[in-house]
Ligand binder design. Structure first.
Ligand code: SAM
Ligand code: GLN
Length: 288
């Protein structure tokens, strides 16, 4: 018979175990997983450090810990990722929305201030985090989210329901602008496209490269392959004066501003930084 273990002992052992597997935030992740199994918040669990775990609780915890030891992202195991005011459902098949992308939403909301009844297109919507946030936080009437991945759209659909936005958001499966109807135009086109260069694959964490969808991450040898299609493609789908807002990788803002300029269709190209001070977002408006 194994002796019963306290919450604290399980936490410490699990953190050590995850550390040996190369997990960066081992202690925190062990806490999240255990709190999840116990149905407690992390802080609530602190008040129960000395409590003995029941066998059933340990049995439910072990497989989750094992998944994390295999470097599956914590968010896939818990099935959730917070994004601005949303609690987004995520899992295998969809990119976990990133904090940088909350900044992209912020830039669009700032532009949208004082306007009303806007229509937005989110290209490569993934879990739907961007467009759902815009619809719930800003002066947007309706939105369209497109994605080439049916698996990703399954998450977007569930998240749309979670946010109670079924009547205002259409989700369509297809490449970039392919699913737009002739003459369909938007006030805002926003995208966080795949922008990782193939050559940067080796530098990515196991959680990203081994678990998140390829098609959400990589875009050719320089990472610009999809941005090269979106920038000219958006011209025919924006209203005059409408905003194009793109998340880009480190070092890509300059080339993307050049792409914007080369169409001759946009005004006012701007680069915005993320919280880490990196050039992360490019915006431009369609010329009148
Ligand atoms: N917008 C989500 C977010 O910010 O969390 C997901 C962004 S993820 C970096 C890029 C998304 O674009 C993925 O969901 C991927 O399936 C989709 N995608 C990649 N290439 C595409 C293409 N050519 N047409 C449509 N969607 C594409
Ligand atoms: N920011 C993601 C990463 O670092 C990449 C997402 C993207 O390509 N849009 O892996």
């Amino acid at each position: 018979m194994t002796e019963p273990l306290t919450v604290l002992a399980v936490m410490l052992r699990s953190a050590d175990y995850l550390t040996t597997k190369g997990v960066e935030s081992a202690r925190l992740d062990a806490e999240y997983l255990l709190a999840h199994v116990l149905g407690l918040g992390r802080l609530e669990m602190y008040l129960q450090h000395e409590r003995l775990l029941e066998t059933g609780e340990l049995d439910r915890f072990r497989p989750l810990l094992k998944r994390r030891a295999q470097r599956e992202p914590l968010q896939y195991i818990l099935g959730r990722q917070g994004f601005r005011e949303l609690d987004s459902g995520v899992g295998a098949g969809v990119l976990i929305p990133r904090p940088e992308t909350e900044g992209l939403v912020e830039v669009v909301l700032t532009w949208a201030e004082g306007r009303e009844g806007l229509q937005v297109l989110d290209v490569g919507t993934g879990s739907g985090a961007i467009v759902l946030s815009l619809l719930s936080e800003g002066p947007f009437a309706t939105g369209v989210g497109t994605d080439a991945s049916a698996a990703a759209l399954d998450f977007a659909r569930r998240n749309r329901e979670g946010a109670d936005l079924q009547s205002r958001l259409a989700l369509r499966c297809g490449r970039l602008f392919e699913t737009l109807e002739p003459g369909e135009r938007f006030d805002v086109i926003v995208a966080n496209p795949p922008y990782v260069a193939e050559s940067d694959r080796v530098g990515l964490q196991a959680e990203v490269v081994d678990w998140e969808p390829e098609e959400a991450l990589f875009a050719g040898s320089d990472g610009l392959a999809v941005l090269r299609e979106i920038v000219p493609g958006a011209v025919a789908a924006l209203r005059p004066g409408g905003l194009l807002a793109l998340e880009v990788g480190v070092g890509q803002a300059g080339p993307v501003v050049d792409l914007v300029g080369s169409t001759g269709a946009y005004d006012d190209a701007r680069v915005h930084k993320d919280l880490a001070g990196k050039d992360r977002i490019v915006t431009a408006t369609l010329a009148h």
